[in-house]
Write a protein that binds this ligand. Sequence first.
Ligand code: 16G
Ligand code: ZN
Length: 523
Amino acid sequence: MDLGTLKESCSQYSNPGNVKLTYGTAGFRAEASLLPSTVYRCGLLMAMRALKTGAVTGLVVTASHNPVEDNGVKLVDPTGYMLEQTWEAWANKLAAADDVDGTCTVVQELFQVEDIPYGSGTVMLAHDTRPSADGLVKAAAAGVAAMGSLPIACGLLTTPQLHWMVRQCNAGLKHKEKAYFEALATGFARLVSGHTAPSEGLIVDCANGVGAGKLQVLADRLAPGMAAELRNTSTEAGLNDACGADFLQKERRLPAGFQHVPAGARCASLDGDADRLVYFRRQGSGDEVHLFDGDRIAVLAALLVMDLLKSLPPAEQRPPTVGIVQTAYANGASTEYIHENLKCEVRVTPTGVKHLHTAAEEFDVGVYFEANGHGTVLFSAALVQRLHELGADSGPAKALLALVDMVNQAVGDALSGVLLVEAALRRKNWGLPEWAALYTDLPSRQLKVKVADRSVVTTSDAETRVVTPSCLQHLIDSAVNAAPSGRAFVRPSGTEDVVRVYAEAATQAAADDLARLVARHVH
Ligand code: 16G
Ligand code: ZN
């Protein structure tokens, strides 16, 4: 690193003064015009992370399911996972530096404290379809280059694609986009071979985001093996506007462009950067939907994996462990179904993929999903090795290996998720009715409360208990006890200036009342 070059480059990306951005649940996010200096500094940071680890890192310019005017940045560690959590503090420190000298001081401190070797690293950059992407990718590239490192512009990609590429690249495996499609498509074909395709195709709401074009490539590759009709595929307008996985999950009604879809048809929805997936079907004659959320996808994925594991020859040592990781948002009915029927371990972690992912790594097969549709299935190296040993002689081992290839092991991926759900349904010869019949969701309600300072609310026990303000948990407990089958919690959002309220109960009216009452206590 050359300090003179860094200073010169830094002066082009000055901090807009009165805004202080912080690394939230999954990176930085704000109205796009506020972001250049933060994204530039994330370029600096990921170059240093590459030097520290001696491996390639990544950075995606995206604001996921948020409105088109927003943008943001997600940071990818060499493993393909999200940025190592201890480095989030450095990200915040860099983002908060006032001026050129302040930024250079943090850079020097980081080099010293983290004992980073000087040299040149590589950072892969990608972006979604937002109009503000170009300028922000340039800012990130300038940050990487200012450290004497190499930015590689990978162009328009879904967030999970870049995570996958970084992971593959550092493992010395094929990592171009072509290899990604190849892995997913061949994995799917192997998994469903010999199983009849459903007579009705899948209809997918692509949120007018980057997932549209990418899913089309995948569907073309798989045709005629997988029939998919894509809607909300504009890359020009309507990003996440009355459509997409977040809209479906929060609003529980038909997205734009689905008004004439036949009742009961199998539909799915991605979010703006294609790292979330929910399924749904139209219910009745209005715009009401029946949602198949992340919890239900987790259950289906676990059923598929457990069926296959049961058919393997008995393990000589211990049988593989299977665990499902959820957050407090998981519908109570899904948790009960997992305990009673799947009889596998359930872990609950705070919201945010980084927490679920870490917990899932403790199992041979760790299935993690947030109710909002972000999740994946992780397989341990020991299990994968055993599958390879069994491979040639065992159909179930071959199917599990196909799953390992098809399911994005780096991060939740809506494209790989679609294939996972489609393959699981096809192998069971199920449609949505059979999947829906596994259990009935408890009615639930989510609200958000605007507060002056969300940080006054702190929680423990994976966000299920309030620590401060001190009287709040007591009030929530009283409200919950008065509601039939009631459960409720509040947590400060990690992405918006609000406190979120979740409630579920035996009836929709009771869940609504409970949520409203708890929200009043938050005010
Ligand atoms: C981010 C997280 C998502 C989480 C959401 C919570 C990742 C990749 N994304 O979108 O998992 O559910 O934030 O938002 O971790 P909130 O803190 O505003 O409720
Ligand atoms: Zn997303």
